[in-house]
Design a protein around this ligand. Sequence first.
Ligand code: NDP
Length: 494
Amino acid sequence: MSTQPTGFSPDQVTPPAGNFIGGQYVPGDGTEYDVIRPSDGHVIRSDRGASANLVDRAVTAAAKAYKTSGWAEMPPRARAKVLFRWADLIDQNLEEMARLESLASCRLINETRHFDIGFAAETIRFFAEAIDKLDGKVLASEAKVISMHVNEPYGVVAAISPWNVPLVLAVLKVGPALAAGNAVVLKPSELTPYSILRAAELAHQAGVPAGLLAVLPGLGPETGSALVKHPLVNYVSFTGSTATGRQVMIDAANSGLKPVCLELGGKSPQLVFRDAPSLDRVADIIAGNICFNAGQVCFAGTRLVVDEKIGDELTEKIAQRLKSPRPGPTWDTQTTLAPIISEKQGTRIEGILKDARRTGAEIVIGGGREQTGNGGVFFQPTIVRNTKPDNAAIINEVFGPVLTVQSFHDIDEGVALADHPIYGLAGAVHTSDINKALLAAKSIPAGTVWVNTYAELSLNAPFGGYKQSGFGRDYGMSGLAKYMNTKTINIRLN
Ligand code: NDP
């Protein structure tokens, strides 16, 4: 379907309901929760999550499908064909998928139409194409021994995903895990379940065997925890906050010592030297990034670490650009500043800024809520300066449109400030000096460092964290390989 130039009416979208198990929708039997439109606070519906019993049903069905459907035994290219069909179906239903995504999340319809849905489909294609490129090895051995190293799927993978870019982050797990031959039981955030439920239906339509992919929206401590602890789950793939990641790791360790991969929070630096190619361009990059999804992005470049000679000038340029974003509902194509996901998250942002001010920080611009008059929580793009390294706004992942400013005297001080005491997900260096760029990029402890750009993600470039931003990599061949165990087979020839 071609993209639409206009927005849409949220009341005319009918979202799927329940849990997707065994190729069909099954009503929830766990705790009831409201799915709310963050754009205006309207309750879309109350749903019941999956209880431990329903989790058991889904995982048991997935384990059975893994053993009996032949998915893992198929020639890799046959599996790829099913996944290509799935990607095509997502593309063919672009407008419906885009509306489902924008209805309950913070993702703007302009972005879901032009990025999220297509990118999710392309992610599935990338991993489908990669299946038969992941080779095993024949190892050096004595003449009458053949020693092989082969890859095998784990079996049932538990995947847990957050609300901030719901479909893309869910598909980044489901796509490679299925491609590798596994069965997947996914718990998306119960705040944003609709796009991935519909995508699971399309996967089934494309030929993914019934039971092999289940989607169980529900509360983290109920559905998510039961899923991680289930004895038939062999691998846990988690994206979310560092605090929850820690709990997931504990639960996985205590329930069979399952391997985990954790994609967690960030507090990424924008390290700007006085020889940056163009301060206007740097200001565009930093302001655009801090406003994207209202700052609710794990790799948001939220800490400006700038050469003291250009600090005031650059801060002023960024502040000018932060005045223009227009808050509004996700379904309006004129909106350029997304809502904050919930009242709880809005209050959390206010709390961090209050703490920051109490300990001496100055608010240059913003600092409070935007009043749209239509409900929902919107936060003004904000710059905080005069912050010491232990200030609340520097230490905490805010997950809102808040930029802190710190200045440095020389490269060593700049790199030291860029190094966050807790997080190490991403960062950027802005300079015209390639030597300085590489020195700084190599010195910043983060999984991804961009130079003179920001947030350029590529499906073939591994992405993940250092420090408490997690471990394991999404994207790239490592994003596929992690869903496979490896086995050495030694054959003695007679
Ligand atoms: P949370 O950690 O609160 O939740 C993530 C998921 O875990 C949700 O589905 C949640 O369910 C579930 N969950 C909560 N408790 C448990 C539990 N005990 N056992 C199993 N699952 C549980 O993160 P948010 O959803 O708030 O997402 C924002 C966070 O995600 C930020 O910190 C952000 O940086 C990070 N993130 C990291 C990315 C990366 O690639 N590194 C990418 C995107 C986001 P429920 O919704 O019910 O709480």
